[in-house]
Design a protein around this ligand. Structure first.
Ligand code: COA
Length: 153
């Protein structure tokens, strides 16, 4: 499969929202994605286009990040359930780490549900380690977040 990572375009929104709804109990709304797009340099949303999976190539997944000072914050990542376990999230994460690196980030942070072992395995594969817990961070169901950190991008 050929995965092409590029910045989100406004036309990608409907595909992104469908993946978001299929992936999370409390999905981001259209307004939340639009406000990320309007933030300018601080915020970036990268999409993974599946170059040989259709015309036009479908969006297989996306990642939303902020670069704040020397920190990369990973705020959201999801992959279309039909295309999971083919390396799409890994490709998105690598591209996001590169994005942070070229903008001066030296470390990366994210939060993940304690029960989300798939995502934790993904992050560990890319050098993240547990760095703390935020009690009751998530709703529906209420759950703690593991804070994960990668030093030395
Ligand atoms: C977590 C998620 C983004 C992974 O996407 P993906 O494209 O399937 O991940 P990849 O194929 O790039 O997997 C890379 C590595 O992550 C780990 N991983 C991914 N899915 C896994 C699973 N279901 N169980 C265990 N490990 C998993 C593995 O180490 C995997 O490497 P391997 O396939 O060589 O074993 C995807 O399952 C998803 O969208 N989940 C719902 C949204 C979500 O939980 N987002 C994270 C919020 S913090």
């Amino acid at each position: 499969m050929t995965i092409v990572i590029e910045p989100m375009r406004r036309e990608d929104l409907s595909e992104i929202l469908a993946i978001e709804v299929a992936s999370f109990a409390v999905p981001w709304t259209q307004e939340m994605f639009e406000s990320e797009l309007a933030r300018g340099d601080l915020s970036e949303i990268l999409v993974a286009r599946l170059a040989d999976a259709g015309t036009p190539p479908p969006v297989g997944g996306y990642i939303c990040v902020w670069v704040v000072s020397d920190e990369l914050h990973i705020n959201n990542i999801a992959v279309d359930p039909r295309w999971r376990r083919r390396g799409i999230a890994g490709a998105l994460l690598e591209a996001a780490l590169d994005h942070g690196r070229v903008r001066g980030a030296r470390r990366a942070f994210l939060e993940v549900r304690v029960s989300n072992l798939a995502a934790q395995a993904l992050y560990r594969q890319y050098g993240f380690e547990a760095a703390g817990v935020r009690r009751g961070y998530y709703d529906q169901p209420t759950e703690d977040a593991v804070i994960m950190r990668r030093e030395r991008l």
